[in-house]
Design a protein around this ligand. Structure first.
Ligand SMILES: [Zn+2]
Length: 73
């Protein structure tokens, strides 16, 4: 498993934790065993920055299994 210092992890229950509305957008990575989400991309100085977040201890029931960008690099 490759680690990246850019990875951002949010503990379950944090204020930034997504609500039920965002649940369907969250995928479960079978490689690093974390749920992750592709947030809205930001455009900074003409560059499209992809914005991903990872969630620890997130319920994985019903989540789509998809390898996260950290593990596919
Ligand atoms: Zn992963």
């Amino acid at each position: 498993m490759k680690q990246s210092h850019k990875r951002k992890r949010l503990p379950y229950g944090s204020t930034n934790f997504p609500g039920r509305k965002a649940d369907r957008l969250i995928k479960y990575c079978t490689s690093c065993k974390l749920c992750w989400e592709h947030k809205n991309s930001k455009v900074v100085k003409g560059f499209h920055l992809k914005n991903f977040e990872w969630y620890e201890n997130f319920p994985t029931y019903g989540k789509e299994r998809k390898i996260c960008p950290n593990c596919t690099q």
